[in-house]
Design a protein. Structure first.
Length: 151
């Protein structure tokens, strides 16, 4: 999963380099928290797949991908997409985005990637509008309450 590792490096870089208002940092933290959750879920799914494959090996069964593995794999795909969207949002906080073709970090306002030249379609700017954004908003409310009490 070199692609995910690369994205995750970009994300931590994004986090380190930023020194901005608390609100923006809190927003980043929430996105990153959700992202780490998704990464954890992917890891669990890998483990499950590994277990299934090993059990098949022990029983001397065919190791081809069957329906049960397909379901695990599509869950991983889905989580990977969520992580990618979260990273897009993290980058957009600092005016950047990931090239849809070569996955390099580029300025969000460019129409063509300086690295590979691919034309950039408009990326979903607000994850909050999507279904998986609801969870982010819920987290936000909880954390805002906490902040208010501390003040
Ligand atoms: Zn590119």
């Amino acid at each position: 999963m070199d692609f995910l590792n690369k994205l995750s490096n970009i994300a931590s870089e994004t986090y380190k380099k930023t020194s901005k208002k608390t609100g923006e940092l809190a927003k980043e933290a929430k996105i990153r928290m959700k992202m780490n959750e998704d990464k954890g879920s992917i890891k669990d799914l890998y483990e499950e797949i590994g277990k299934i494959v090993y059990q098949k090996y022990v029983k001397n069964e065919d190791l081809s991908i069957k329906d049960d593995l397909n379901s695990y794999c599509s869950q991983i795909d889905e989580l990977s997409n969520k992580i990618e969207k979260a990273l897009d949002e993290l980058l957009s906080l600092k005016g950047k985005r990931i090239c849809q073709n070569c996955h390099e970090e580029i300025e969000s306002n460019v129409k063509y990637c300086p690295s590979c030249g691919a034309e950039q379609a408009d990326i979903i700017e607000k994850v909050e509008d999507k279904d998986d954004g609801k969870e982010l908003q819920e987290i936000e409310i909880v954390e805002d309450d906490k902040e208010n009490k501390e003040e």
